[in-house]
Design a protein around this ligand. Sequence first.
Ligand code: URA
Length: 264
Amino acid sequence: MPVEAQPENQCRTPVRVKGPLASRVERRRDNSRVRLNAYLARAGVASRRKADELIKAGRVTVNGQPGELNTFVAKRDRVELDGRPLERQALAYVLLNKPAGTVTTARDPQGRPTVVELVAQHRTRLVPVGRLDADTTGALLLTNDGELAHRLAHPRYEVEKVYEAEVEGEPSDDALAQLERGVELDDGPTAPARARRLAPNKVELAIHEGRKHQVKRMLAAVGHRVHTLNRSRYADLTVEGLGPGESRELTGAEVDRLRSLYGE
Ligand code: URA
């Protein structure tokens, strides 16, 4: 049976539910029909934007019919790319305690190890949500859930990230207050943040943005170069119990919580 095109506003999207029912509703949504580009992203083929290009180029068929941008597919549908059948992967969410010296890109021209290599034992291909500098350590989420990853990385969703920075010198109360109010960077002022002193030369900074080298640049803006940087928390997730380079799958409750906060 060919899949009917269905405009988005006619798609039956469950009402957002909080509390004990939420996980059941999310699971039901997981089994329902998904837009073709999301299906391709979930199959690990390409990002949703690139998937749209493949669809427009006529390279994707659903049950033998050319796929359209507004095609929705269900589990039983047969999706093919260039005549090769695709299968939707099970979604996986892994938290890594990123060690220093690893890169969050897929490949490194300098040959440094990648975070993806560190989680290669997990059953599916995972990509990091956002970036950490090579010398930054700590909590890094990796997933094959392209949609949730996109939301988590999008500034609109304001995921809280908490960093601990060992810095040169001893930041004053005034410097901490400036960090909280926002400092001027070359790509614009930073949003309000939370800053507190953990030791004379150690600061905890909680931010909701994710600009390149943001924490190092914020601290440099108040006169303190960062020596070491560790992300102690990403959303609700901490790497408690994980040594450097170790990873674990998120529990169902952790995934449900991320989805209820940031998934749609
Ligand atoms: N801010 C930085 O400066 N570096 C990181 O890796 C993350 C946030």
